[in-house]
Design a binder for this molecule. Structure first.
Ligand SMILES: [Zn+2]
Length: 255
C-alpha cells in the first residue's frame, strides 16, 4: 500500500511536470534567450490622426505597435473610428490614463488615496473604451511616474505597466518574450537625444543577445514630442531586415 502510494505520487509529479512544460501558458524565454529577437514599439497619448496617417508605413513592414491612449473621453467619433482601424490592422490599443495626471504627485504630493486615483485616472476612460469595443490590457504611466505600490494597484486591471527607462543604461529596456509585468520603455523621440548611431547600437545588442527592446515614442514626424520619420524608418527597417519580430506589450505580458 505504501509502495502504491509512492508510485501514485511519482505518477502525479510526472503528470504535473508534463502539464507545466506543455501546458496552455507560453514557454518562458528569458531576456537573452528569446527564440526571435524583436522590439516593442510603443506610442503614447492621443495622437490618433497622426498615427493613422502613418499606418501605411507601419503596414509596409508588417509592424505591430502598441498605442497607449490617454484622454479617450476627448476623442471625436472620427478619431475613435480611426483608432478602431488601427486596432483592426493588428496593433494593440492600450491605456495611458483618463486625464494624464502624474500619478505619483496625485497620491504623494496632493495626498489622495490610491482608491481615488483608481476612480479618477483608471476606471472612467477604461470603462468608456470597453463600452466602445476596445479592451486595453496593458498600461503606460503618464510621465513614467510610478512606484511598486501604484504598480500593485494597477495590476488588478492590467497585465503589465510601462514606465520609462530614464537612465543611461539601455539594458533596463531589454526584456523577455513573456511574463513581463513592469516595462521600462526607452525614448526614441527627437527629444530623447538618442542619435541614429545610438539606436543602431541598441538594435545590434538586441540581435546579438537574443532579446527584445521596448521603445517609446509619441507623435510621428511632427510636433514637439515626436519620433522623426528617419528614425522610425531606421528602426522598422532594421527589424524587417534582421527578421526580428514586432511584439506588442500584451504579448510579452502573458503569464
Ligand atoms: Zn503621455
Amino acid at each position: 500500500m505504501q509502495y502504491l502510494n509512492r508510485s501514485a505520487s511519482v505518477v502525479f509529479i510526472i503528470i504535473g511536470l508534463l502539464a507545466i512544460s506543455t501546458g496552455g501558458c507560453k514557454k518562458f524565454e528569458k531576456a537573452g534567450n528569446v527564440a526571435q529577437p524583436g522590439i516593442v514599439l510603443t506610442f503614447d497619448d492621443d495622437r490618433v490622426d497622426n498615427w493613422y496617417k502613418y499606418l501605411p508605413l507601419l503596414d509596409s513592414v508588417g509592424a505591430k505597435a502598441t498605442f497607449y491612449i490617454s484622454r479617450y473621453h476627448n476623442l471625436s467619433p472620427q478619431k475613435k473610428a480611426k483608432l478602431a482601424v488601427i486596432r483592426n490592422h493588428g496593433h494593440e490599443i492600450a491605456y495611458h490614463s483618463t486625464n494624464h495626471l502624474n500619478m505619483m504627485d496625485y497620491v504623494y504630493k496632493y495626498k489622495h488615496p490610491i482608491e481615488e486615483l483608481i476612480q479618477k485616472e483608471v476606471e472612467p476612460d477604461l470603462l468608456r473604451m470597453r463600452q466602445d469595443g476596445f479592451n486595453p490590457v496593458t498600461f503606460a504611466y503618464p510621465f513614467g511616474a510610478h512606484n511598486p505600490i501604484i504598480d500593485r494597484a494597477l495590476k488588478k486591471y492590467f497585465k503589465s505597466v510601462r514606465a520609462l527607462n530614464g537612465s543611461f543604461d539601455f539594458t533596463k529596456s531589454l526584456v523577455s518574450s513573456t511574463h513581463n509585468d513592469v516595462l521600462y520603455g526607452l525614448g526614441i523621440d527627437k527629444k530623447s537625444g538618442r542619435s541614429s548611431a545610438d539606436i543602431i547600437k541598441i538594435l545590434h545588442s538586441v540581435k546579438n543577445n537574443s532579446t527584445i527592446a521596448v521603445f517609446v515614442a509619441h507623435d510621428i514626424n511632427t510636433g514637439g514630442l515626436c519620433i522623426s520619420i528617419e528614425t522610425l524608418k531606421l528602426v522598422i527597417g532594421f527589424v524587417k531586415a534582421n527578421n526580428f519580430r514586432f511584439y506588442t506589450a500584451a504579448e510579452i505580458s502573458e503569464q
